[in-house]
Design a protein around this ligand. Structure first.
Ligand SMILES: [Zn+2]
Length: 491
């Protein structure tokens, strides 16, 4: 929050100017934040700093009721602005006064405040709402998965609109207080730290706080009956893991994987630098999906990730995202390689550490797996298109690109880049071109050609570009890593 300091003379002048300006120059904020892949995602004209969500959820009926209080600031003279939301609003207030509101498009909630908001004004929006998120179809699907004892919001890039109104794009990050009341015996899991928990008249309220900037798709809510394990890391961070009580045969493997979160995070700190957030953990709800997601501080894992036994590699992947994706987030969704190329590469580094195949051996194997006419090589990880945002090439070819960088700049510079990048852009946003410039700066080498070859050409690069072997053996870690290929969100 900041206050504008206005000298008395300037105040008089601005009052005079404000009269003709109020109606004529105030314009609606854009219905999209300006992402070329998803033109209607997010919104223009304002910036959110904090979401306060006070919710109540009934697992029996899937009814979610709530009040969202949003702290924002206008970035233009604003006559009207949009939120992205799929449930039904019953009342909207801006700065305490009732505002007009209307639905438009797929997920737009148009809010017209009683008075225009001059550029640079902090303002508060209160939205009261209700709905059954599993029944709300946006773009033809719901991101809310029902479980036998509750429900879960976790998806990428679309997840928030099924449980709270927001400026739904990674470019507008904010802090969160998520307070959820559920029937006694049921738990509500979200991001960050559990500040408190209390019971009254058969309902238990869980108060979660995520105190570092968080993208909307990285906010998560899971309601159900969980086995919860808690611990504290050597550095004093709270660890909270949660497992549906009805995971059946997958329970052991899920716990044997996710309970290694602290160990994996400690190792990742040696590669990427200090862990960027205030809490750690993971959760495995009894959902039918097969993917995992790097929800901030507390990744989501589908039980199917553990159907063939424990898989620490998926934990490595989702925790690596805490640096590459969560703390440093994409600028536009076309920058997805910044997330996935590095999360996949972290799995290769883990394999290297475990003696199950070096990153070079895994890169060689990926290279040999895909002949030149494989459509795999037509996907450009640096700008894959919305339809290929989570294509295997973004992950595997993307990680080969990281290995090519390692070969080009040498071990010392390479690991300095891996550790430096999350520090330089901590809690912010960045794109692929920012990474290329950063790698050039740290290494002192021109790298545009290398990245063009691996990220932007729809052809298989020459083997010499990687120093690839012609017939590599399958690395020991290959199958476990390939089993995590469904880690991205699904529709
Ligand atoms: Zn990922």
């Amino acid at each position: 929050m900041y206050r504008r300091l206005i000298a008395p003379g300037a105040l008089a002048a601005s009052l005079l100017l404000a009269i003709p300006a109020s109606a004529a120059d105030f314009e609606p904020g854009a219905a999209g934040i300006g992402d070329p892949y998803y033109p209607t995602y997010g919104n223009g004209g304002y910036d959110v700093s904090h979401y306060d969500l006070r919710l109540e959820y009934q697992p029996k009926t899937d009814l979610l009721e709530g009040t969202a209080t949003i702290l924002a600031s206008s970035t233009q003279d604003l006559s009207r602005f949009n939120l992205d939301f799929g449930l039904t609003a019953s009342e909207v207030r801006v700065n305490g006064k009732k505002a007009r509101f209307a639905k438009s498009g797929v997920q737009e909630l148009e809010v017209t405040p009683a008075a225009g908001l001059p550029k640079g004004t902090p303002f508060t929006v209160v939205v009261k709402y209700a709905g059954k998120p599993s029944e709300v179809k946006l773009w033809g699907f719901t991101s809310w998965q029902r479980t036998p004892d509750g429900g879960v919001a976790a998806n990428e890039p679309e997840a928030a609109a099924w449980w709270f109104p927001s400026n739904d794009h990674p470019r507008d990050k904010a802090t969160y207080d998520v307070s959820v009341s559920v029937p006694d015996g049921t738990q509500a899991i979200s991001n960050g730290t559990l500040q408190s928990q209390s019971s009254k008249l058969g309902w238990t309220r869980f108060n979660w706080r995520s105190s570092k900037p968080q993208a909307t798709y990285l906010a998560t809510l899971a309601v159900g009956k969980f086995d919860i394990t808690t611990d504290t890391t050597a550095n004093g961070l709270p660890v909270v893991n949660a497992y549906s009580k009805d995971l059946g045969a997958n329970e052991g493997a899920a716990k044997a994987s996710v309970e290694r979160t602290t160990e994996v995070a400690e190792w990742l700190e040696t590669v990427f630098g200090t862990y960027p957030f205030e809490a750690l953990g993971g959760y495995v709800p009894n959902v039918p999906s097969s993917f995992a997601l790097e929800t901030q501080t507390r990744p989501f894992y589908s039980p199917k990730q553990f159907a063939n036994g424990s898989n620490v590699s998926v934990v490595v992947h989702e925790l690596a995202h805490q640096w590459y994706g969560d703390s440093v987030s994409v600028d536009d969704w076309k920058d997805i390689w910044i997330n996935e190329g590095f999360a996949r590469y972290s799995q290769w580094l883990w394999s290297e550490k475990e003696g199950e195949g070096t990153a070079q051996e895994l890169a060689d194997y990926v290279y040999a797996q895909h002949p030149a006419d494989d459509p795999f090589w037509q996907v450009e990880p640096g700008d894959p298109g919305a339809e290929n945002q989570f294509d295997a090439a973004v992950y595997d070819r993307g990680a080969v690109a990281v290995q090519a960088l390692r070969n080009a700049v040498g071990e010392k510079k390479f690991f300095a880049i891996l550790k430096g990048w999350p520090k330089v852009h901590a809690y912010g946003n960045a794109g692929v071109s920012d990474f290329v410039r950063y790698a050039e700066k740290v290494s002192g080498k021109p790298l545009a050609g290398l990245f063009d070859t691996w990220l932007y050409q729809p052809v298989k690069p020459a083997a010499s570009a990687l120093g690839a072997l012609s017939a590599p053996e399958q690395p020991k870690s290959w199958k476990k890593i390939a089993a995590t290929n469904g880690v991205h969100g699904e529709r």
